[in-house]
Ligand binder design. Structure first.
Ligand code: 3HC
Ligand code: NAI
Length: 701
């Protein structure tokens, strides 16, 4: 018996209990423990065996920390085959989440029961992998090819009731005492002489699959999961489940799993998995930092951001009071919230009655005096420092002691805002991304005087509303927007040097960005950048700089909202279309400035747009704005749709080699001048020492 897996006989039922916190992952010890206990059960008086877990969840998958290390016996397939070939029925009893290898263990059992709150899923695709222990062979046998393809290529978990209706679990048991319910279920199976149901014995009728089904699936996934290689291989495995015998299918699955587990895409996605969890930890905060109670939230400003932020809290049942300047603005804000929820209802993702209930948790006011009982305020008014200071002074006057006062500002100085109050220890930035109810990232901005418990509480509440949080110190644009400067600049410079907008965007989209930088500018509004540049005195005096962005705004082409920007937009479909007018204008402007236009490779486009991100990231690290390189990766993957399969800009830089990045930046400096290309001292140092950002990160704690 191992110390992570135990076994006892309860009447005529053998009970295997896995107890390996935090999530009962299938480490070597767990695999060995299950194998030994299944073998022990074969020899004793038990008539059936229940496999269950202690703690917060059923087995949540393979132990991801073991990937990339030499394999250790027993392998998971050996464990599953012992379960499947047991002469006594083995019943998986599921609570929490049975994920990945954990669900595959359950699928190898003869029966599966679960409590109603349980979920099952195969999330391997989110780690750049495919289920490597029979998931791709057993799920289509139980749930059908189409459902399997959807479940495995999205990686989304399925709730117990739905899993039951799909045939993935046999019984949803009542109540919370799973062990007792599972033992009873097992005893009933024994009493009724239920057969040993092995999923492998089910055959899929290949004639039911439409010709061309798998090719169509591959095409669709190539568009949806750009830059990822796992989805295509998942299709191959499911195809194998249809066309090959079980053991051949398992062999094919294993072979493709091995290819993926050693791929750079999976390494990058595993990096992001751990980076996301690491980012939630604030280095200098003790684990037992007390938390403040957040029972009610106020949002100041019900515009684009305020409405979305209000929805985040309403969604988790926290009442929100939204403050606006007048009733009309309040009604406008509430209307947008209703519209957003209506879209979710129309997509079938929210029942209509639940929508009304959610909306009813958001109330409105125009009177700051109504904020006396709130525990957290998030200000999201216009981006104007004086206005924000004025509002924080008012909040200081009306809010109860200990209320956290946060600003959603994108660029303003959080310390200056805090100084407008007599309680700077309660002030910090909570920087959401647009649309706030959808985007996963939340930058938590730590002011000079922000108290530890205000920060710890913000991290906790961020997780509660489903955000991925990353800590930033105060600087212009914090981590994400500050890094964006050079990215957007080079995208426009490339036009002057000979690219079309479509060429720039498509190079970055092929790399895996959800949307290229110029199309993104059109979406956000070119006037936003134009206005932001107006007040800046630090920009080089260079007629090439942002020339097209500026001219387009002056022509009234503000992007999607005016129907045209770098592109024109089909009024019906809103599809972006290349605009010959813009393309000839680019040529004319370059000619006016005597610039020689040339052919530019996709490689150069990537280097010129992505290396400024890396360089600014290095500055951000040296200045202590970000806690660690991996936090920057989290910001970019969850806030700016940087491809997870590339691991974020800092991980990507480590993969290319910092010396290569540094040398290229020096080469660009020679050509375009130091005003645009100035290698960060940290980048230069690491490049010369032959080190990576990851190594620097671990050395710096
Ligand atoms: N392996 C190793 N460590 C894991 C792990 C895993 N599969 N899953 C979670 N952990 C660790 C986390 O890194 C974290 O560590 P930390 O406390 O040191 O930061 C700790 O467990 C707790 O995790 P969370 O903070 O994520 O806890 P939550 O309660 O929020 O979520 C969960 C629990 C839903 C199980 C979530 O952790 C999760 O989604 N885990 C990954 C599941 C997964 O991807 N499984 C598939 C693995 S690949 C596989 O199985 C291949 C197979 O087909 C052969
Ligand atoms: P918005 O213009 O859509 O909304 C601002 C709202 O604040 C308006 O409805 C206005 O009536 C209200 N308001 C103004 N003064 C007020 C006052 N004294 N009291 C109460 N309400 C008041 O602006 P948006 O886009 O929502 O931005 C808000 C903040 O969020 C800004 O600081 C912005 O920089 C930041 N932000 C914006 C993002 C975006 O993509 N729009 C992304 C992340 C942050």
């Amino acid at each position: 018996m191992s110390n992570v897996v135990s076994y006892e006989l309860v009447g005529n039922i053998g009970v295997i209990s896995v107890n390996s916190p935090p999530v009962n992952a299938l480490s070597q010890a767990v695999r060995e423990g299950i194998l030994n206990t299944v073998n022990a059960a074969a020899e004793d008086a038990s008539e059936a065996v229940v496999l269950r877990c202690e703690g917060r969840t059923f087995i949540a998958g393979a132990d991801i920390t073991e990937f990339g290390k030499p394999p250790m016996e027993p392998g998971l397939p050996e464990v599953l085959s012992a379960i499947e070939n047991s002469k006594k029925p083995v019943i998986a009893a599921i609570h929490g989440t049975a994920l990945g290898g954990g669900f595959e263990v359950a699928l190898a059992c003869h029966y599966r029961c679960a409590i109603a709150s349980a979920k099952v899923g195969l999330p391997e695709v989110k780690l750049g992998l495919l289920p490597g222990a029979g998931g791709t062979q057993r799920v289509p046998r139980l749930a059908g090819v189409e459902a399997a393809l959807d479940m495995i290529t999205t990686g989304n978990p399925v709730a117990a009731a739905k899993a039951n209706s799909m045939g993935l679990i046999d019984e949803v048991v009542e109540g919370d005492d799973l062990q007792a319910a599972a033992i009873k279920y097992a005893s009933d199976l024994v009493a009724s002489g239920a057969p040993l149901k092995r999923v492998r014995d089910i055959t899929i009728d290949a004639s039911t699959i439409e010709p061309g089904f798998f090719d169509a699936a591959r095409k669709k996934l190539a568009l949806r999961a750009r830059g990822q290689i796992a989805p295509d291989k998942i299709v191959s495995c499911i195809e194998a489940a249809v066309n090959l015998l079980m053991d051949e299918g398992l062999e094919r699955e294993r072979e493709l799993f091995r290819e993926l587990v050693t791929s750079p895409e999976s390494a990058a996605m595993r990096h992001i998995f751990f980076a996301e969890r690491q980012a939630a930890k604030i280095k200098d905060l003790p684990k037992d930092t007390p938390l403040r109670d957040i029972k009610k939230v106020a949002i100041i400003g019900g515009g684009t951001m305020g409405g979305g932020i209000a929805m985040c809290f309403a969604n988790v049942g926290i009442p929100v009071v939204m403050v606006e300047i007048n009733d009309e603005a309040l009604a406008r804000g509430m209307k947008i919230i209703r519209k957003n929820y209506t879209i979710t209802v129309a997509k079938g993702k929210l029942p209509a009655d639940k929508m009304e209930q959610l909306i009813s948790t958001i109330t409105g006011t125009t009177d700051y005096a109504d904020l006396g009982d709130v525990d957290l305020v998030i200000e999201a008014v216009f981006e104007n420092l004086e206005l924000k200071k004025e509002i924080f002074a008012k909040l200081d006057a009306v809010c109860k002691p200990g209320a956290i006062l946060a600003t959603n500002t994108s660029y303003q100085d959080v310390d200056a805002i805090a100084a407008a109050t007599n309680r700077p220890q309660d002030v910090l930035g909570l920087h959401f991304f647009s649309p706030a109810n959808v985007m996963k990232l939340l930058e938590i901005v730590r002011g000079e005087k922000t108290a530890d418990d205000a920060l710890a509480t913000s991290m906790q509440i961020g997780k509660k509303i489903g955000k991925v949080c990353a800590l930033s110190r105060v600087c212009y644009g914090f981590i994400g927007n500050r890094m964006l400067g050079g990215y957007g600049r080079e995208a426009q410079m490339l036009l002057m040097d000979g690219c079309t907008p479509a060429q720039v965007d498509s190079a970055l989209e092929k790399f895996g960005m959800a949307m290229g930088p110029l199309a993104m500018g059109d979406l956000a509004g070119l006037d936003v950048g134009y206005k932001a540049r107006e007040g800046r005195t630090d920009l080089p005096d260079d007629p090439k700089l942002y020339r097209m962005g500026t001219l387009l705004v002056e022509m009234g082409r503000h992007g999607q909202k005016t129907g045209s920007g770098f592109y024109k937009y089909d009024p019906e479909t809103r599809r972006r279309l290349s605009d010959p007018e813009v393309e000839s204008m680019i040529k004319e402007e370059a000619a006016k400035l005597n610039l020689e236009q040339r052919d530019i490779s996709d490689e150069e486009i990537l280097q010129r747009c992505l290396y400024p991100l890396i360089n600014e990231g290095a500055l951000i690290l040296e200045e202590g704005i970000a806690q660690r390189p991996s936090d920057i990766d989290v910001v970019y993957v969850f806030g700016y749709a940087f491809p997870a399969a590339k691991g974020g800009p800092m991980h990507y830089a480590d993969q290319i080699g910092l010396k290569n990045v540094y040398d290229k930046i020096c080469e660009f400096r020679e050509r375009d001048g130091e005003m645009y290309w100035k290698p960060a001292p940290l980048l230069e140092k690491l490049a010369k020492e032959g080190k990576t950002f990851a190594e620097w990160g671990s050395e710096n704690g």
